[in-house]
Design a protein around this ligand. Sequence first.
Ligand code: PMV
Length: 326
Amino acid sequence: MKKTVEVSAPGKLMLFGEHAVVYDRPCIVIAVNQRLTVRTSFYPGNKIIIDAPNVGIVGYETEISRLGKGNNIPKGVRFIEIAVANFFDLYKVSSGLKIETRSDFSSEFGFGSSSAVTVGTVTSLFRLFQIDCSKKDIFDLCFETVFSIQGLGSGFDIASAIWGGALYFVNRGKKIEPLKIKKLPLLVGYTGVKADTAPLVNKVASLRERNPKIVDSMFDTIKDIVEDARVCLEKQDLKGLGELMNLNQGLLDSLGVGSDKLSCMINAARESGAYGAKLSGAGGGDCMIALAPSGKKQNVESAMKVAGGFPVNIKFEPEGVKIVNL
Ligand code: PMV
């Protein structure tokens, strides 16, 4: 039996369909080439020991009998601890463990560190305890874990960390369909503002409560955009995709999840030659994305900077969660 397993999982970027996906419309998400690594080992005794230096936590420990029960589990280890508790519960196993994480990416950017660490932890446990699983088994356990902590979310970020590449995804994994794409000349700009997903999801929920017909028809239009974007992506129709990004952004602005900074950066990208640009994720801050011809990359990045943003060097990542051989 292996004593140590190391697993790495990628971050994600939402391309189309944010917010509407929470209401059972589809979205398109891609994995990005920033990865988080989870190394899990059997450890003598009855404690789970966690080192997550990337979130400032070293030497955290909890008794197996107290797993997931503390009121003040630090945020940086909560996803790991609850994932272990759920795994032990569901598969009727138990052991002392040491879990160490390393991350390529800053959790500031909103690339999905919580989902990547949950996927990494659960996948490492399946391997360590030698329990066969499908990708969907990993998804279901991770979704349960993340949902029990956050109380909301479609799970698109979890699917992306598991499958990698580009996915057509419907709320809670009702559909998870890999898309064939070769390359995507995507530029990513960080606003410098950390966004908080929950208040933005709640803001859209209360707008919908006041205006159900209008907001639902906007979600239907976003669904149409996602369906067309799927076709454009597979045909590598970048101009078409850019136009759809702009249409999606108009609807996100109408839903009230834009921000001045995002608008400045999005407009700057469009004016400097991008095919299209939009926010990515919940909105309010975090990142915007632009699609630009290769000859315009420099111009678009400079324009993003002038608008107060920070270009982030990110590429499409075809590979999802994987076991790293030790
Ligand atoms: O803020 P992010 O990157 O976690 O994206 C949130 C996307 C939403 O559609 C608003 C919520 C969700 O879980 O799908």
